[in-house]
Design a protein around this ligand. Structure first.
Ligand code: G6P
Length: 472
């Protein structure tokens, strides 16, 4: 009986050091819920970094043992590895390049060396657990070399890979000094998944132009095996959000927020602090709304939740300053004693509070400059139990391919964004309901569980076909 091993840079559980010792907290990411049904079963396993630096071997052993009880295995990273592999190559080379921000990308040999070394470290950790015929599903840009490393060590294994961020045009990929190694690394998989057909096409084109390997209907023949490439748009755990929005706890938050905000209309924005999310552009559009349509002053507020992220990387720290300054300027200019234009929070919120905010927002404002999928857009839809509210969505988020009933905008076009905000605020109830109903049907149906099933089935099918051909 083969087992399934999930591998990602972060584990679905984060370990924190508190005054009372170590605390193990479930990560709230969508991936953790979606894959929970797989890794918790039988001998299956999820392998990744638990998110903290260990002090000594005893602590390491203690954490490993705790995680093991919940089918997880820890890959511990040192401070140097976090600096050069995580903050360095992953988030200062690959992340900006894949999101079309080449001006932020650095190309340092020591970061590349750390990236190779940490991918090898993950490979060694997987091999400690993987048998020759196991199924291994690798996730995201931090581990692009892992499929090929695993292929060399376990030629018969079934290897899947899913990229959670955009795959950009070949013109971006070719800038990378290590483009050949990275593409070859990914091709170690039997099945490669992307959020959209656009990303998949970019990948096929990069492989053809850089490696001279053509594809036939998304199938690439390498000297060792056939690689199948396909699009799998990721979904959310719809019921989890819908249930949270209906809960007593969320309702009491809504009542408290309403009391504080009175009749003010709400535009909601929720993101990790990241330059890909278009946060300053969004603030400028809101500012223009108040300028161009003075009737909204005192009537509408922007609630902006920004979740701290990667604050050791230079661009993230300077973005924080830019956002602080913009918010300060808008509030200083327009605030009255009884009304704040922008309610800005720089921290994460628990699910019940998020669901409360989603469920009362007249407008969900999701305007990234680039985004692999963007699950916030789907979470907003799932929480609108009353079928009201308008989603404004960037055409450059993967989610825009599915959620065509949102108001789709170009996030760099401030004028268009400003007009979309006004249109959303005056949209009739009937039109809101028609659009929301269509989006809910889609988000409910193509949820994270169907996404997981689809990928796993396709992976099993790809492998079966290969084996049939090999024995024919
Ligand atoms: C994106 C990436 C994930 C990553 C997450 C949080 O969604 O695709 O791989 O885990 O951001 O970023 P962090 O750097 O905190 O893991």
């Amino acid at each position: 009986m083969s087992k399934t091993i999930i591998v990602s840079n972060r584990l679905p559980t984060k370990v924190l050091r508190t005054d009372d010792g170590l605390s193990f907290q479930p990560s709230e990411g969508g991936l953790a819920t979606g894959l929970g049904s797989i890794y918790r079963e039988g001998e299956n396993l999820w392998l990744g970094w638990p998110g903290l630096f260990v002090h000594d071997e005893a602590e390491e052993a203690h954490i490993a043992e705790q995680l093991r009880a919940d089918n997880m295995a820890a890959v511990f990273l040192t401070e140097d590895e976090i600096r050069d592999f995580y903050e360095g190559f992953s988030n200062s080379t690959l992340w900006p390049t894949f999101h079309y921000f080449t001006e932020f990308a650095t190309y340092l040999d020591e970061h590349w060396a750390a990236y190779v070394a940490v991918n090898e470290k993950f490979c060694a950790a997987v091999l400690e657990h993987a048998g020759p015929d196991d199924i291994i599903w690798v996730h995201d840009y931090q581990l692009l070399l892992l499929p090929e490393l695993l292929r060399q060590a376990r030629p018969r294994a079934t290897i899947g890979f899913f990229l959670h961020i955009p795959f950009p045009s070949y013109e971006l990929i070719r800038v990378l000094p290590w483009r050949t190694e990275l593409l070859r690394g990914m091709l170690g998989a039997d099945l490669l998944g992307f959020h959209t057909f656009g990303y998949m096409r970019h990948f096929l084109s990069a492989v053809s132009q850089q490696l001279g390997l053509p594809n036939q209907n998304g199938q690439i023949e390498t000297p060792s095996h056939t690689v199948r490439v396909d699009a799998f748009p990721m979904g959310i755990d719809y019921e989890r959000y819908a249930t949270a929005a209906a809960s007593e706890e969320a309702r009491s938050h809504v009542a408290a927020y309403r009391e504080a905000l009175q009749d003010t209309r709400i535009i909601l924005s929720i993101d990790r602090l990241d330059y890909t999310k278009g946060i300053p552009q969004r603030l400028r559009a809101f500012n223009q709304l108040l300028e161009r349509y003075p009737e909204w002053r005192g009537q509408v507020s922007l609630i902006m939740v920004v979740v701290p992220s990667r604050d050791q990387v230079a661009q993230y720290a300077s973005l924080k300053e830019e956002v602080d300054e913009l918010v300060g300027r808008i509030n200083a200019q327009y605030r009255t004693i009884s009304w704040s234009p922008v309610h800005y929070f720089y921290r994460s919120f628990p699910l019940a509070e998020l669901a409360a905010l989603y469920s009362m927002a007249d407008v969900g404002l999701v305007t990234p400059l680039r985004d692999g999928m963007n699950l916030v857009a789907k979470e907003y839809v799932a929480c609108r139990l009353d079928r009201r509210g308008v989603l404004i969505l960037s055409e450059r988020a993967g989610a825009a391919r599915e959620l065509s009933d949102a108001l789709i905008i170009n996030p760099t076009d401030t004028r268009q964004l400003t007009e979309a905000l006004h249109d959303a605020l005056v949209m009739s109830d009937d039109e809101q309901e028609r659009r929301m109903r269509a989006m809910q049907a889609l988000v409910r149906r193509y949820n994270v569980f169907s996404w997981t099933r689809l990928f796993m089935n396709q992976l099993a099918y790809t492998k079966m076909k290969q084996e049939t051909l090999a024995t024919a």
